[in-house]
Design a protein around this ligand. Structure first.
Ligand code: C5P
Length: 312
């Protein structure tokens, strides 16, 4: 009897920016306790999962040569984690993953985590799993700290490693300009640098999260701009001093405020509206401080199936 092969499934998944990233002290397990506000942005990756006799990962698009395609690829780890969770062969699941990248690689925008989240959502559909969102979020958290958020999308308060999420009420859409740096930064190295800076002299920490939540509820980008904060920013700048110039250039170009996104080196600039974002993007692109400039908006939904594909 001929087995029916299900058609491939494609998932679109957002990137994230941290509007507020308060980093606590390092925990015994090596992670840092976080208190963060994530927002999902329209800068996306697309991931297709398909049943195959040639398992593995393929990457095309933004930064494709910098993404590992072997066992360290986070989307592949997600495939293995979900296979194990549902009792399928997880050593080499018969799955091909094709990643089309739009999110900068090693950029602090959860690009690798996004691909993992997309693989989970895609596989759940491909394998027709009877699995709830909460169960998928639990598997996501095992794969990486940011995977649950990009799976869920929107705007959320994240605690623990960043994996415990509470949705945050927001009004209106916020408009962003995103500046990609020429090279990525390693997340563990940026956290280590923060530990080092703190051991040397405890740099100032960002304020409380409540005013950020109020600004989001009000929908006023000017109010939010005053409150953007990231404890990892000083560490990212210490490792990549040129970021100071990038941040200044965005504000000089007319952004309301700029922040290093997560562990960097991508910088995100909050703008007054969509038109202003286009103007800031054009000016920043000409300032010679970064490799690529994009506009984006948020919040947007999390990882979602965008349709089947009948090709083999
Ligand atoms: O969870 P994930 O694998 O994405 O984390 C990557 C690295 O970032 C960790 O190995 C750790 O060095 C650092 N990290 C941290 N505290 C967090 C999240 C990540 O120190 N809350």
């Amino acid at each position: 009897m001929l087995a029916v092969v299900p058609p491939p499934v494609t998932v679109r998944v957002p990137s994230k920016v941290n509007l507020h990233l308060a980093v606590g002290d390092v925990r015994p397990d090596g992670y840092h306790e976080l208190n963060t506000v994530f927002q999902a942005l329209s800068l996306t990756d697309e991931v297709t999962v398909a049943v195959t006799d040639e398992p593995g990962v393929e990457v095309v698009g933004e930064g494709q040569d910098e993404v590992p395609t072997g066992p360290s690829n986070l989307a592949w780890q997600a495939v293995q984690a979900l296979a194990e969770h549902v009792g399928k062969d997880h050593t080499e699941p018969k799955i091909r993953v094709v990643i089309r990248k739009g999110i900068p690689v090693a950029g602090g925008m959860a690009g690798g985590s996004a691909d993992a989240a997309a693989a989970l959502v895609g596989l759940a559909a491909l394998w027709r799993l009877d699995i709830g969102r909460d169960e998928l979020l639990t598997v996501a958290a095992k794969v990486g700290s940011d995977v649950p958020f990009v799976l869920q999308g929107g705007t959320a308060l994240g605690t623990g490693r960043g994996e415990n999420l509470i949705p945050v009420l927001t009004r209106h859409t916020f408009h962003w300009v995103i500046a990609f740096d020429r090279r990525g930064l390693s997340t563990p190295k940026v956290f280590e640098e923060l530990d080092r800076l703190r051991a040397e002299g405890d740099p100032p920490r960002i304020g409380a999260v409540e005013p950020v939540l109020e600004a989001l509820a009000s929908g006023d980008p000017r109010q939010l701009a005053l409150l953007l904060g990231n404890d990892l920013q000083s560490a990212a700048i210490s490792l990549r001093p040129g970021l100071r110039r990038t941040l200044r250039a965005g504000v000089n170009a007319g952004a309301l405020a700029g922040t290093v996104s997560g562990s960097g080196p991508t910088c995100a600039f909050l703008c007054a509206d969509g038109e202003s974002a286009l103007r800031v993007a054009a000016e920043l692109a000409g300032a010679g401080v970064c490799r690529t400039v994009r506009v984006a908006h948020g919040p947007v939904p999390g990882a979602r199936v965008i349709g089947g594909d009948e090709s083999p």
